[in-house]
Design a protein around this ligand. Structure first.
Ligand code: PCA
Length: 329
């Protein structure tokens, strides 16, 4: 529902009447769009971060989260922050691999398949990522990985040959490419829409975390989850650079402290959620377990192709990230 300006003026007059005076300094309101459901750990973590900022700044900056793609759909969130339509937001960065191959550093199959490795890969990529985002008018506050990515199907699958012709839900370039290389048919769908897509047969399969399948109750349509541990993609919380520059040093310090806490809390939640959500998928009736040997060796071969393609697309900067990651292992 949209309030008319007359109604809003009325509400403001009432607020003044109740509080007795105008506040000394108008509180700044920051809207924070997020693409994933309110119950998802990233969204819960974002809500806690928002509270931390609102309380820490004594309400000088009040952040309101908008989960589930309710304010902007996932694909539009980054641009909305860049252009100042919103002050802050969260986005799966690999969703923008088509803008810059570097953004896909975290979706290279089998390069960094554990939480430990992925933290090292993220650290290796961070300076370059922040430089690119800075050029796009964005300041990164914190980033949190999703749990390891596995494959969902509505039937038993033991090899890549078994995947031929399946309609596959993708969420970034890497997942679309994986579909092509496995003979599946990619269709890009936001996480917020997948329950519907699976229920209506628009998609029959996806690669994602146990977390997303659990949040979207995919057991209502799908039967198998294979642990593949392909990669751990990162969600980034970013603020518009002009908004950041106009923020007082005291408030910047508070926001940065809240972000540091959110990064650690989010990582822990991602780890805790991994087994919890796979148990949840099983409790929902799905067959959950490691992918078989044939499937894994087929996927590894495809992973090599995708790694070579990414290195080619990401050039010297991409190579430098992978080299720095390998040196840190
Ligand atoms: N969930 C998100 C991205 C990665 C993940 O685990 C999704 O499926 O859209």
């Amino acid at each position: 529902m949209k309030m008319t300006s007359k109604l809003m003026a009325g509400a403001a007059t009432m607020a003044i009447a109740v509080t007795g005076a105008l506040p000394a300094m108008a509180a700044e309101k920051w809207d924070m769009p997020m693409a994933y459901s309110a119950s998802n750990f990233h969204s819960e973590n974002g809500a806690t971060f928002a509270e931390c900022v609102t309380t820490g700044t004594n309400g000088e900056i009040e952040i309101t989260t908008h989960p589930g793609g309710s304010l902007f759909a996932g694909a539009d969130i980054k641009r909305a922050i860049q252009t100042g339509q919103v002050q802050i937001g969260e986005r799966l960065m690999s969703g923008h691999q088509n803008e810059n191959a570097i953004f896909g550093f975290d979706s290279i199959p089998f390069l960094a398949p554990s939480f430990e490795d992925s933290a090292k890969l993220y650290a290796a990529a961070k300076p370059k990522m922040e430089e690119i985002l800075d050029e796009q008018n964005l300041v990164t506050l914190y980033a949190v990985p999703w749990p390891p990515q596995g494959l969902y199907f509505n039937k038993e699958v033991n090899s890549v040959a078994d995947m031929a012709g399946i309609k596959f839900r993708s969420y970034n370039n890497a997942t679309s490419r994986l579909a092509e290389l496995t003979g599946m048919l990619p269709v890009t769908i936001e996480a917020a829409e997948i329950s519907q897509a699976f229920a209506t047969g628009v998609a029959e399969s996806m690669i994602s975390s146990g977390a997303t399948g659990y949040d979207r109750k995919v057991w209502e349509s799908l039967s198998h989850f294979y642990e593949v541990d392909a990669w751990l993609p990162y969600n980034y919380v970013m603020v518009n650079k002009d908004v950041w520059s106009a923020t007082s040093d005291a408030n910047k310090a508070i926001i940065t402290a809240c972000a540091t806490e959110a990064e650690a809390r989010g990582l822990q939640a991602s780890k805790d959620y991994t087994q919890f959500t796979m148990d949840g998928l099983a409790a929902g009736g799905m067959t959950v377990g490691p992918a078989g040997d044939q499937l894994m060796s087929d996927l590894r071969a495809i992973g090599e192709t995708m790694t070579a393609e990414w290195l080619e697309a990401a050039g010297d900067d991409g190579k430098a990230i992978v080299d720095a990651f390998k040196a840190s292992q």
